[in-house]
Design a protein around this ligand. Structure first.
Ligand code: FE2
Ligand code: FE2
Length: 384
């Protein structure tokens, strides 16, 4: 065992090689999960008697913005739009420029070689159900984590802001669930790797770890994922839904960056190292979930061989890396990349995502995601 056990890949993520497929697949969901999942929250609920509003001006500004940025998932989205799950898959293929010819060239010599249109159509529809189900479950994770932040953060401006985020996340769970239930067919359970990450975040007793796990890592990835899906989805309802959700998510990630930036200046070298390790562990768990192992398990194919192909596919790798385009600059802004001996920088190099470090961080760009006056005006009219 290495002398620095706490920092080894085995200690942090349970395997030495981040690309070890056997180990990734060995973590599988249990059949017949209960309808509820109980996770122990070990943090103290904190009251503060310092009620001075605006002691932290950036958080106060975010809170005031949030009050004016509320929308209504029932009335602001056009639920009258009909969605055909197969047509959605065809539209997505079209926007990726995929044709039967390009696909045939791509799958030659792979476990997918014998598949025809029927199997690929099914895979596309399952994949959309899976992805939107993970968004929905992740949103519920955010709902619970933000409620936890309201309880545990010691600053009044942060409690106020987090309270607005609880409402935002309720609306996000609501709209993803409604889209899945009324426009597509079938849910997937929570991905096991995402579940482990949510458990870690909720169980941790330190208030700032909820921020790092949820606001920086999970929401940072979600913001990038929603952005990519928004770009390639011509289906107007889903596009509108993602646009509205993203306008909130950018604010949420900014909340994380602004809060932690202040708090991290008070931490010791060892404490910062624990945050770096937590960020790396979260990054690996999110990367593992992207292999969609549950989808492949439902299809008539050798899951391990199929996952190997998916993992090695260059287009897939690029897509996967893009999902870290928000996380890396935000970690840099927080000083986590280079703190101490630059341990997290090395780890992000290992994951192949360090190239995003100089992109704009979310605390600087969140306003560009805000809904326009006309979009919010529609909201007001609809409610009236
Ligand atoms: Fe959300
Ligand atoms: Fe969020």
């Amino acid at each position: 065992m290495s002398t620095n056990t706490r920092s080894s890949n085995e200690a942090l993520i349970g395997r030495a090689d981040v690309n070890d497929i056997e180990a990734i697949l060995a973590v599988a969901a249990e059949e017949g999960e209960e309808n509820v999942r109980a996770v122990k929250d070990n943090a103290d609920a904190i009251f503060t008697w310092d009620y001075e509003k605006g002691r932290r001006p950036a958080l106060n500004k975010l809170y005031e913005k949030a009050k004016h940025s509320q929308w209504n998932g029932e009335t602001d989205l056009d639920w009258s739009i009909e969605v055909d799950p197969l047509e959605l898959v065809e539209m997505q293929r079209h926007s990726f420029g995929q044709t039967p010819e390009t696909r045939a060239a791509q799958i030659a010599g792979t476990p997918f070689e014998k598949w025809g249109d029927k199997e690929f159509d099914q895979l596309g529809m399952e994949s959309n159900n899976w992805m939107l189900s993970q968004f929905m479950h992740g949103e519920q994770g955010a709902l619970i984590c933000t409620a936890k932040i309201v309880e545990t953060v010691p600053w009044i401006d942060a409690k106020y802001y987090a309270a607005t985020q609880v409402m935002d996340e309720a609306r996000h769970v609501e709209v993803f669930a409604k889209y899945l239930d009324t426009k597509l067919k079938g849910h997937y359970p929570l991905n096991v790797h995402l579940g482990l990450l949510l458990d870690d975040i909720i169980e941790d007793s330190r208030w700032d770890m909820t921020y790092l796990g949820m606001q920086i890592m999970v929401e940072g990835l979600a913001l990038a994922a929603f952005g990519l899906m928004h770009m390639v989805t011509p289906e107007p309802l889903l596009k509108q839904l993602l646009r509205y959700v993203m306008s909130d998510e950018a604010r949420h990630v900014a909340f994380g960056v602004l809060s932690l930036k202040e708090y991290y200046t008070e931490l010791t070298f060892d404490e910062i190292r624990e945050r770096q390790e937590f960020a790396f562990e979260a990054a690996v768990r999110m990367r593992d979930r992207l292999l969609q192992q549950e989808v492949l398990a439902r299809m008539d194919i050798d899951t391990k061989e199929a996952v190997k192909f998916v993992m090695d596919d260059p287009g897939r790798q690029m897509f996967q890396q893009m999902l870290f385009s928000k996380i890396v600059p935000n970690c840099k802004k927080l000083g986590l990349l280079d703190a101490g001996d630059g341990w997290l920088r090395t780890k992000f190099q290992e994951l192949g995502v360090i190239q995003f470090e100089d992109l704009t961080d979310t605390s600087d760009e969140y306003e560009s995601f805000a809904l326009g006056q006309s979009e919010l005006a529609e909201s007001t009219t609809a409610i009236a």
